[in-house]
Design a protein around this ligand. Structure first.
Ligand code: PXP
Length: 238
């Protein structure tokens, strides 16, 4: 059964809409754990549009499950990661104008810079995952970079609208997932997963963890955080 990583960025998005102190993502993390979250994810963006430095420090202190810090390949954020020491850092591409992370990390073009970042994080004892598109050549490079895990971008699958397109994107994920596990990499998947589309992804052989944010936070606004996480956990229980 895959583990469930709950991304709580958008709890902070609601708080930042008023620049106030509620709702507190730390509170959401506690409720997510009560609902069965196996890890908590936050993305400390360079523009600090949702998660703030203080959130990361407090979450590291209070989370009983592992904290997964999504971060750009950036010296500033790397310094913070090395101070806070999350269980895992997931390196993601970041563009200021994007609404959410679009596309996986370009490990071919930025290989040297990514290797430096991976080495520094791993040197500090942080396990590293790379958020990449479901491409075999990118998985090969991830393996050569020496990371523990890859997170395959499920956005194209989630956005596909016709049955044919859904099958094409699903096959890419399944094949890339199989290749990643055959290379000894932990297989995580995420982005755009919802209560409706998660089941097939949860059934991919060898999945270690699914990282889900927006859909859970959206449901939680209506039914409460603990219940929203419990219901997603039920969906991925095989
Ligand atoms: N995984 C990564 C690497 C992400 O950047 C995000 C979005 O922050 C997610 C998973 C979660 O995506 P969603 O909010 O669409 O569930």
């Amino acid at each position: 059964m895959p583990l469930l990583g709950v991304n709580i960025d958008h709890v902070a998005t609601i708080r930042q809409a008023r620049m106030t102190n509620e709702p507190d993502p730390v509170h959401a993390a506690v409720l997510a754990e009560m609902g069965g979250a196996d890890s908590i994810t936050v993305h400390l963006r360079e523009d600090r549009r949702h998660i703030q430095d203080r959130d990361v420090r407090l979450l590291r202190e209070i989370c009983r499950v592992g904290l997964n810090l999504e971060m750009a390949v950036s010296d500033e954020i790397m310094k913070i990661a090395i101070q806070v020491l999350p269980a895992q850092a997931t390196l993601v591409p970041e563009r200021r104008e994007e609404v959410t992370t679009e596309g996986g990390l370009d490990v071919k073009t930025h290989r040297i810079r990514i290797q430096q970042c991976v080495d520094q994080l791993q040197g500090a004892g942080i396990s590293v995952s790379l958020f990449i598109d479901p491409s075999l050549s990118h998985i090969e490079i991830a393996k050569e970079l020496g990371v523990t895990a890859v997170e395959l971008h499920t956005g194209a699958f989630a956005d596909a609208r016709t049955p044919e397109a859904i099958e094409i994107e699903f096959d890419k994920l399944r094949e890339a997932g199989q290749f990643a596990t055959s290379q000894g990499l932990k297989l995580n998947l995420g982005h755009g997963l919802t209560y409706r589309n998660v089941r097939r992804i949860a059934e991919i052989h060898g999945v270690h963890e699914l990282n889900i944010g927006h859909s859970i936070v959206s449901h939680a606004v209506l039914v409460g955080f603990e219940r929203a996480v419990r219901e997603m956990k039920q969906r991925i229980t095989l």
